[in-house]
Design a protein around this ligand. Structure first.
Ligand code: NAD
Ligand code: TYD
Length: 350
């Protein structure tokens, strides 16, 4: 069956993997990548598929409601998969309003565009909102986030994502807009912007720069390979129940310091350095304010209802990720030039 889907944020980290999966797996679909190309958006992520006949790109900011309406008129979508967002917690602490604009107002603009274009005839339509487990707040030593865990966001980033989730549900409850939401744990993999823990530390290890571990390093995250998130998004988009939420996780919890040490070992091998050499770069620095102690997803629902489970182990995924960064040093150079340097200075020279 043929479909037209607008994927927002398709030039970013997760979005580029979702666009690639849909463009290659569904040649009969028309895939429209709608992205403003902020610092985090990079069309280099999609060079291998940009010539595909079913791929289209629209450089549009989701804050621009008129341009959104035009794109809907031009492409006549049946579905939206919404990933465009400001996504980094540390940047949200520096400039919270950017997160309110894009994540909250941008999402409402997109909901309005879909509702208006579909003219309340929602048969065969779907608005899929991609969200994060960070909306649930922090866990102690035990327990997991389920789909019914109460929202308790602590950072401006997670507060803005929580707000956007509420708006998506409100459009379902108020206007019957056919929506589905997923809340996923921390992703890692190729094309990850080097402001987040894993790609930042890979880049710093290559350059023998300090590895800035926040606080005591005992914070825990549940890591999922980005391509496994993309396959989950494919399933939820096609088979998820209208109005439902699905939690997506890696069944893979790591304390930051243990993960950093593993990364150092793998990188020493890759770089032909002495065992233990990169660990010497570990530097404990002042903690992130409002830092959530532990995230862990209970992904039973998507496992049982949609048959999804991560396909790679952490060791395999991490090895593929490291290989990708070694093979794509030009990409790394491009994204760490210019404005990145100013961000890095501001964030880490405190
Ligand atoms: P990213 O920062 O790598 O990419 C975001 C993309 O959105 C970029 O291409 C950027 O240009 C685009 N964008 C930003 N503001 C825009 C605007 N105003 N208009 C149009 N485009 C805009 O983010 P990511 O890590 O790929 O995350 C994608 C989505 O998945 C986000 O909604 C995020 O909240 C969610 N998520 C991320 C993770 C993770 O670990 N990275 C985990 C769970 C959920
Ligand atoms: P991050 O990749 O920013 O994802 P999130 O905050 O959305 O979970 O951070 C992952 C963990 O790594 C988090 O506990 C914060 C920590 N961290 C550091 O210790 N140092 C750093 O420089 C960064 C970016 C993160």
């Amino acid at each position: 069956m043929s479909k037209t889907i607008i994927i927002t944020g398709g030039a970013g980290f997760i979005g580029s993997h979702v666009v690639r999966l849909f463009v290659t797996k569904y040649p009969s679909y028309k895939i429209v990548n709608l992205d403003a190309l902020t610092y985090a958006g990079n069309l280099e992520n999609l060079r291998d598929i940009e010539q595909s006949p079913n791929y289209y790109f629209e450089k549009v900011n989701i804050l621009d409601a008129d341009s959104l309406n035009e794109v809907f008129q031009t492409h006549q979508p049946d579905g939206v998969i919404h990933l465009a967002a400001e996504s980094h917690v540390d940047r949200s602490i520096l400039s919270p309003l950017d997160f309110v604009y894009t994540n909250v107002i941008g999402t409402v603009n997109l909901l309005n565009a879909a509702k208006q274009f579909w003219k309340n005839d929602f048969n065969g339509k779907r608005f899929y909102h991609v969200s994060t487990d960070e909306v649930y707040g922090a866990l102690g030593e035990t327990g997991f986030f389920t789909e019914t865990t109460k929202y308790d966001p602590h950072s401006p980033y997670s507060a803005s994502k929580a707000s956007s989730d509420h708006f998506v549900r409100a459009y379902h409850d108020t206007y019957d807009l056919p929506v589905v939401i997923s809340n996923c744990s921390n992703n890692y993999g190729p094309n990850h912007f080097p402001e987040k823990l894993i790609p930042l530390f890979i880049n710093n290890i290559i350059q023998q720069k300090p590895l800035p571990v926040y606080g005591d390093g005992l914070y825990t995250r549940d890591w999922l390979f980005v391509k496994d998130h993309a396959t989950a998004i494919d399933l939820v988009f096609h088979k998820g129940k209208n109005g439902d939420t699905y939690n997506i996780g890696g069944f893979n919890e790591w304390k930051n310091i243990d993960l950093v040490k593993l990364l150092c070992q793998l990188m020493d091998k890759k770089l032909g350095r002495q065992p233990g050499e990169s660990e010497k770069l570990i530097t404990y620095i002042q903690d992130r304010p409002g830092h959530d102690r532990r995230y862990a997803i209970d992904a039973t629902k998507i496992n049982k209802e949609l048959g999804w489970y991560p396909s790679v182990t952490f060791e395999e995924g991490l090895a593929q990720t490291i290989d990708w960064y070694f093979e794509n040093q030009e990409w790394l150079k491009h994204v760490t030039s210019g404005a990145y340097k100013q961000y890095y200075e501001r964030q880490y020279s405190k």
